[in-house]
Design a protein around this ligand. Structure first.
Ligand SMILES: [Zn+2]
Length: 177
């Protein structure tokens, strides 16, 4: 009897196989910690490594464009982006099929990193009350910046530069960059 655990036989059993945000490497966290090995423990082929680098390069360019669009692509911030790319390189080697998710994840990595050091990024251009845009989907292809207050997509990740200028001039870098 397993009733005591509260499991319901009818519980939704992820039959559609849609991965959650934590899917992928988390399932095989013991594999390939040195970052050179793929999810099944074998060395990745040059072609696979090349594909991974291409994905990372494209995602990095998109996020960098959005950082530059609102004037936060300072050297310290760019090195934060390089760190985030390195972590996602490891992640992608564990889960090569995760390529389409990388741009959205990298944008969220930078939101987290900037929140700790410089504050919210990117600010919503639609609302008078300052708040950060959110990435949707959190894990999926074709990520967009979304105003959650208005439930409105603002721009594709990588396209913030197409927005009219909205932010006041940035104050000098408080980190002394
Ligand atoms: Zn808003």
């Amino acid at each position: 009897m397993s009733d005591e655990l509260g499991w319901d036989a009818d519980a939704d059993a992820d039959a559609d196989g849609e991965p959650g945000r934590g899917a992928g490497p988390a399932q095989g966290a013991r594999l390939g910690q040195d970052g050179r090995l793929g999810q099944d423990g074998r060395e990745l082929s040059p072609a696979e490594n090349q594909a991974i680098e291409a994905v990372l390069h494209g995602a990095r360019a998109l996020v960098l464009a959005d950082l530059a669009a609102v004037g936060v692509a300072a050297p310290g911030v760019v090195s934060m982006l390089e760190d985030a790319v390195s972590e996602r390189r490891w992640w992608l080697r564990q889960w090569p099929e995760g390529g389409p998710h990388i741009a959205g994840l990298l944008a969220q990595d930078m939101q987290d990193a900037l929140l700790e050091t410089r504050g919210r990024w990117p600010l919503c251009p639609l609302c008078a009350e300052p708040h950060a845009l959110a990435v949707e989907p959190e894990l999926g292809p074709d990520p967009h910046w979304v105003c959650e207050a208005r439930r409105e997509a603002v721009a594709a990740v990588g396209s913030l530069r197409l927005l009219p200028p909205h932010a006041p001039p940035q104050p000098p870098d408080p980190l002394g960059g």
